[in-house]
Design a protein around this ligand. Structure first.
Ligand SMILES: [Mg+2]
Length: 254
């Protein structure tokens, strides 16, 4: 069967592998399961995700790594021009789609754009916010790679792309179309690149759980990310729950 795994809070926390994740992925693959990684983090390039998985002892086929940057690219057409407040992963996927990208703060004139694409952008500042707002007021559409308010790291929660997107939407008085989990572009991406999925494993019901519902499959919750042990009622409720990915995989393989 095919397992669709969230990354942050399931397989790793920022640059740190989660204990047991390597064994879980290795065991699942050895048992004949396909394991696909899907992250809402649009910042890294696909090659960065692959190198990280390799470093953590989980070498993965390039076809089995999906991100919200790829889902965002589905919302643009070849030949369009986009202002990007985001990382190299977004620029890579838009370029592969045939979209011309410009970034604020490079000293160049931004010029007219068809879309403003907002992802995780550690260099986000007032001038990039102003450039994005101006483009939206001039009629560009607003696309967010994802709407996560925050993401977990070993040092605690950091602001997510959704927080930056909220600032841009407010400043430009525009309503965003969001690409990542659990929104329709990611549902389309998974259906196109993966096909049938038997379980979505994640740490956040509002993204991973809702994606599972929209893919009409099961949601397996792990407690190694944003949802603490001893949580109350969740929406949606998980179909399975385990302390971590290894425990969940072992329970399923039993
Ligand atoms: Mg997560």
């Amino acid at each position: 069967m095919t397992w669709l795994l969230d990354c942050d809070g399931v397989v790793w926390l920022a640059e740190q592998a989660i204990a047991g994740a390597r064994e879980a992925v290795t065991t699942l693959r050895a048992s004949g399961h396909r394991v696909v990684l899907l992250t809402n983090n649009s910042f890294p390039r696909r090659s960065d995700h692959l190198a990280k998985l390799e470093r953590m002892g989980m070498p993965t086929d390039p076809a089995d790594v999906l991100s919200s940057a790829m889902a965002a690219a589905l919302l643009l057409e070849a030949g369009e021009r986009a202002l990007v407040l985001g990382g190299p992963g977004v620029i890579e996927e838009l370029t592969a789609r045939g979209v011309t990208t410009v970034t604020p703060g490079t000293g160049r004139e931004v010029g007219p754009v068809d879309a403003v694409v907002v992802g995780m952008d550690p260099s986000f500042d007032f001038s990039s916010l102003a450039a994005a707002a101006a483009a939206l007021r001039a009629g560009a559409r607003l696309i967010g790679t994802n709407n996560d308010p925050a993401f977990p790291t070993p040092a605690g929660m950091l602001p997510g792309a959704g927080a930056l997107l909220a600032a841009v939407a407010r400043a430009g008085e525009a309503a965003p179309t969001i690409a990542g989990k659990p929104y329709p572009p990611t549902v389309a991406l998974v259906r196109e690149r993966v096909g049938e999925v038997e379980i979505v494993v994640g740490d956040r019901p509002s993204t991973d759980g809702l994606l599972a519902r929209r893919l009409e499959t099961r949601f397996g919750l792990v407690l190694t990310g944003v949802t603490p042990a001893g949580h109350g009622q969740l929406d949606p409720e998980p179909d399975l729950e385990a302390s971590d990915l290894l425990a969940l995989a072992q329970a399923e393989l039993h």
